[in-house]
Write a protein that binds this ligand. Structure first.
Ligand code: COS
Length: 380
């Protein structure tokens, strides 16, 4: 068993840390306030290879392992979870799905541009009445021989307004249940495809979340990924990897809040000494540090499983369940350590606390992770 990172992984981690400090930190509060998408920053992340990290270099990707990907997610998320969710969706849900299951023509047409960050993608599963209950898709993709006719609404879509390519999950044959679901590549600008208003969110406010409407959108048959009826499995497989990315995001949010609390507690004085010298604060730091380290082991293990070609449904779900709880608990405590200063924006911890919440909700709520985990342990 070897817990050390390779030279290459350490370099990538440092590159992400530097990028987050120099490029993401300066305007992160303003972007959060104004709900401004980090357009320039995304462009730079593309140039650094962060948007197609695990994609083969023949498609413009960085050809790196999942460990490197979670290291980058962790570092970016310490500073700006709005930026890191864009990285996570593009890498795990869009590029990975296309590279693993797409046809050569689809990869040539879409993957290269997505992996280099020339364009970004979105993954469209959730609906007004189908979030956790993902098999109950109301969006329909009716087979019309040479194309599918797509109708319906998708909700809470990350990169909803800014993406150029959307992987849309839809029901083709209701009789067949989840085996009648397909995944289609939809391009922005296709007739009948409308982007709804931007959501006004509690956290990750710099990311761009929209509902999407499809009204008789004609999607060519060649835009279906995989065989007829593969869409639900595609969604499950893709989300299993996505959960590792979100677990790393949660880990980064927690670690970022902890680092701020640690620094503050060594500077702020009360009752004649730095507050870190009071056991009430020191014990909070001890708890945070321990829980973050435990979360880190779960996240890296899930990433390692994926790199080894092992099944990562269980380890990814456990990593997300635990890291997102640690993110929530740590950020709440970090605000507490900061006292009144924790409640104002310039100290960053209130934003991290708001950002933490979504990690317990998207790409499968904590309750869904417990379904995945319990089914897995009961099956074995
Ligand atoms: N990999 C491959 N196949 C999977 C899978 C996985 N990780 N998880 C489930 N499947 C397959 C099952 O094997 C089953 O196929 P078969 O009938 O051929 O065996 C099919 O998918 C349906 O699975 P199941 O019967 O378990 O479906 P349920 O309706 O009980 O739902 C959960 C399963 C809850 C796990 C699923 O709906 C889920 O993950 N929901 C959350 C979705 C989500 O993350 N939403 C957030 C939106 S994205 S921000």
């Amino acid at each position: 068993m070897d817990f050390s990172l390779t030279e290459e992984q350490l370099m990538i981690q440092q590159a992400a840390r530097d990028f987050a400090q120099t490029e993401l930190l300066p305007e992160v509060i303003e972007r959060d306030d104004a709900q401004r998408f980090p357009k320039e920053e995304v462009k730079k992340m593309g140039e650094l290879g962060f948007l197609g990290m695990m994609v083969d270099s023949k498609y413009g990707g960085s050809n790196l392992d999942t460990i490197s990907y979670v290291l980058v997610m962790e570092e970016l998320s310490k500073i700006d979870a709005s930026a890191s969710v864009i990285v996570s969706v593009n890498n795990s849900l869009v590029c990975w799905g296309l590279e693993t299951y797409g046809s050569e023509a689809q990869k040539e047409k879409y993957l290269t541009r997505l992996a280099t960050g020339e364009i970004i993608g979105a993954f469209c599963l959730s609906e007004p009445e189908a979030g956790s209950d993902a098999t109950s898709q109301k969006t329909t993709a009716i087979d019309k021989d040479d194309h599918y006719l797509l109708n319906g609404t998708k909700n809470w879509i990350t990169n909803g307004g800014t993406a150029e390519v959307y992987l849309v999950i839809a029901q083709t044959d209701r009789e067949k249940g989840h085996k009648g679901i397909n995944v289609l590549i939809v391009e922005k600008g296709m007739d009948g495809f409308e982007i709804g208003p931007k959501e006004n969110k509690l956290g990750i406010r710099g990311s761009d979340t929209h509902s999407l409407n499809f009204n008789d959108v004609k999607v060519p048959k060649e835009n279906r990924i995989g065989d007829d009826g593969f869409g639900f499995k595609f969604a499950m497989k893709t989300l299993a990897g996505g959960r590792i990315g979100i677990a790393a995001q949660a880990l980064g949010i927690a670690a970022g809040a902890y680092e701020l609390a640690l620094k503050y507690s060594k500077e702020r004085k009360a009752f004649g000494t730095e507050i870190a010298n009071h056991q009430a604060i020191a014990f909070k730091l001890a708890d945070m540090h321990t829980q973050i380290q435990a979360a880190r082991h779960l996240v890296y293990k899930a990433a390692w499983d994926k790199d080894q070609g092992e099944n990562y449904d269980l380890s990814g779900a456990m990593a997300k369940l635990y890291a997102s709880k640690v993110a929530m608990d740590t950020t709440i405590e970090a605000v507490q350590v900061h006292g009144g200063n924790g409640f104002v924006k310039e100290y960053h911890v209130e934003r991290l606390m708001r950002d933490a919440k979504i990690t317990q909700i998207y790409e499968g709520t904590s309750e869904i992770q417990k379904i995945v985990i319990s089914r897995s342990i009961l099956r074995d």
